[in-house]
Design a protein. Structure first.
Length: 302
């Protein structure tokens, strides 16, 4: 394969990307911040169901892959000939070396430390010697490998609870389970009846497969599987759906039970507090890389 690297201002990102994919036979196009790892780097955050914040950065790098060098050369020539693309610049055109893509992908996923005693370890790695509890998890179609701060914070919260609180986890709900990693983490820390639900059937199957691989028993299914109240409700989704789901999620928490929410940016914490105020008082319990973990203990027994 051959990679064509272009530099474009924000206004050209979308039309150039469309031209590459729809007319110029590019196999793929990726867009990156041209100022990444500098003081000028910009963070762009988006959420499902919400308008895309921007199509690109003020200075964007576009990388297009082609099957043949001639296709890449022709694409660059045709784009530079367009009047509307006068600010487009070609950075490079080079062959992509053949690699063992499986090995390369695996090398990007090392064991992840949640606490000194609790680790997430891909199947091709040995568990660290100090690991007392291990989740075996390989990257897959569903979200949740432990590399994202929101997942790590949820698992860290689970691991740091005392034995008395864990003993109350007779039933646990993982809402938006993805890979099932939070449900598995709860099971390894004493939770018993666990319901893991997701709107994506692929996530449900991934959860079942990962639970079996870790020797964990749980039920997984679509959201209607969740019934009644639970002493622990976990939801690592995103702020917008968490706000919309406030009545549902709070309603699933048993009196005196714990609600643990993640997928929330620091600037969204006050919105979540307001959304859940009729049922509980959310607090920021952890923060990492611009994300926060919010938790609440519902009134009642416990």
């Amino acid at each position: 394969m051959f990679e064509l690297v272009l530099r474009a201002p924000e206004a050209l990102v979308e039309p150039v990307s469309e031209a590459l994919m729809e007319e110029l036979e590019a196999l793929s196009v990726s867009v990156e911040d041209a100022d990444v790892d500098t003081e000028a780097e910009q963070a762009l955050f988006g959420e499902p169901g919400m308008p895309v914040p921007k199509s690109g950065w003020q200075r964007s790098t576009l990388k297009a892959l082609f099957a043949q060098e001639a296709q890449a050369t022709e694409a660059a020539t045709l784009l530079l000939a367009q009047e509307w693309a006068s600010e487009l610049q070609v950075q490079s055109l080079q062959e992509v070396a053949d690699q063992d893509w499986v090995r390369l992908t695996q090398s990007q996923f090392a064991p992840v430390e949640i606490t000194p005693a609790f680790w997430i370890v891909p199947s091709w790695h040995e568990a660290p010697q100090q690991a007392q509890q291990v989740i075996r998890l390989d990257p897959g179609l569903a979200f949740g490998t432990g590399t994202h701060p929101t997942t790590r914070m949820c698992l860290r919260w689970i691991a740091q609870q005392d034995a008395e609180r864990r003993a109350r986890w007779q039933r646990v709900l993982d809402y938006g389970c993805g890979s099932g990693i939070l449900a598995i983490g709860a099971a390894l820390h004493g939770a018993r009846e666990i319901d893991a639900v997701d709107i994506d059937p692929a996530a449900v199957q991934s959860t079942l497969d990962n639970a079996q691989a870790n020797g964990v028993t749980l039920r997984a299914g679509l959201p209607e599987l969740a019934q009644g109240q639970y002493p622990l409700v976990l939801a690592n989704i995103l702020a917008t759906p968490l706000k919309l789901l406030a009545p549902l999620l709070a309603g699933h928490v048993a009196p005196g039970g714990d609600l643990v929410l993640a997928g929330i940016l620091e600037r969204q914490a006050d919105e979540l507090k307001t959304a859940y105020a009729p049922w509980c008082e959310l607090q920021v319990s952890d923060a990492e890389d611009g994300w926060v973990l919010m938790t609440a203990r519902l009134a009642g027994e416990g």
